[in-house]
Design a protein around this ligand. Structure first.
Ligand code: FMN
Length: 354
């Protein structure tokens, strides 16, 4: 374990989840860090140059610690299932007056972004979609950054611990956005994943590593429950989507604010993710193959067209199960409110035990 664990140095045990695809901005990350939490930048989908600019911009806005999140690349998918899905979607796209894109594989510029964080490290480098090799973890730590790994099962937690991760982000099924686990096996029932409280208890029983809890936390009481279950901090994503500093589109802001059921789907990207149910999710989830990022590129133009038309039925409305409890507060105020609500919740819970 490296000497200075960031989780011991932040004033408030609240981590801003990396929110790739637009919601994360340097302003959002800086606001959370300046409020005493840990702000994260989302490296996913960005070029290394764009990520470098975001890091510089966030650093100029806060003296607080920052994290950067990277997608660990997977393997290409055989084209058959993607072609079938493409045929199905081209009909749907034509009806909507849009087009589908060219499915392709890439590694999200892994080498370039990893080189960037090694060359000019931030306080924390977190990983999702896979377990980095121990050589990657060692390099991150030698560069002076902590290496955090996202896990969704006790087995993944054991693997991440074995490669030397400093901190485990335990992501429950409640979480908005993509499942951050190491594989996306279509043979595993999409509903069979661990809820956050179960996962936290199981992982805490098997490792001494600090845990950061993610999934469905949008209130101070939620933060308190994660801390009570042994997490050192809570990582919140959906809670910040409506903050003015976030780059969230208006269609998504509106959908997140309204009560509405969420579901797990591969329909938009080919990797299981939780989003608010809409027409596209309901019509295509059953048929969608496990093929990330091929399906991401396939649906990208269709989603972009729907987004600019303000049509919530054809875009991925990533959100966690408690999205309707979110507010539009500026991120710094939200951190302060969550902290005071969490203190009150913990005091009330403690009083119940005496
Ligand atoms: C819009 C959106 C984008 C996300 N992007 C990322 C990402 O780039 N990297 C990552 O590790 N997790 C990402 N996540 C998942 C979060 O890290 C976290 O697990 C999740 O937000 C926690 O659940 P909550 O949304 O209910 O708070 C994203 C979540 C959302 C809602």
């Amino acid at each position: 374990m490296i000497a200075h664990v960031i989780l011991d140095r932040i004033d408030v045990p609240i981590v801003l989840a990396p929110l790739a695809g637009g919601p994360t901005t340097p302003q959002l990350a800086a606001a959370v860090s300046s409020a005493g939490g840990l702000g994260f930048l989302a490296g996913g989908y960005l070029s290394a140059g764009a990520l470098r600019d975001q890091i510089a911009s966030a650093r100029a806005m806060t003296a607080g610690p920052l994290g950067v999140n990277l997608f660990v690349p997977g393997l290409p998918t055989a084209s058959g299932s993607v072609d079938e899905y493409a045929a199905r979607l081209s009909a749907a796209a034509a009806l909507a007056g849009a087009e589908i894109g060219q499915p392709r594989f890439d590694d999200d510029a892994w080498d370039a972004k990893l080189a960037l964080v090694l060359e000019d490290p931030v306080s924390v480098t977190s990983f999702t979609f896979g377990c980095p090799d121990s050589s990657v973890i060692d390099a991150v730590r030698s560069a002076g950054s902590e290496a955090w790994v996202t896990v969704t099962t006790p087995a993944e937690a054991a693997q991440a611990a074995s490669v030397g991760a400093d901190v485990l982000i335990t992501q429950g099924m409640e979480a908005g956005g993509h499942r951050g686990g190491f594989t996306d096996d279509p043979a595993v029932d999409a509903f069979a994943g661990f809820g956050l409280l179960s996962l936290l208890q199981l992982v805490a029983a098997q490792t001494e590593l600090p845990l950061v809890a993610a999934g469905g936390i949008t209130t101070g009481a939620g933060v308190a429950s994660a801390l009570a279950a042994g997490a050192r901090a809570a990582q919140l994503g959906t809670a910040f989507l409506r903050s003015p500093e976030a780059g969230t589109t208006q269609v998504q802001r509106d959908a997140v604010a309204r009560p509405g059921a969420t579901a797990m789907t591969r329909a938009f990207t080919g990797r299981l993710a939780r989003g608010i149910r809409n027409q596209f999710l309901d019509e295509h989830s059953q048929a969608a193959p496990a093929a990330y990022p091929e399906v991401h590129y396939l649906t990208a133009p269709l989603r972009a067209a729907a987004r600019s038309a303000g049509n919530p039925e054809l875009v991925n409305l990533w959100a966690g199960q408690t999205h309707e409890l979110t507010s539009e507060l500026p991120a710094g105020e939200l951190v302060a409110r969550l902290a005071s609500e969490a203190r009150a919740a913990l005091a009330a819970a403690s009083a119940r035990m005496s």
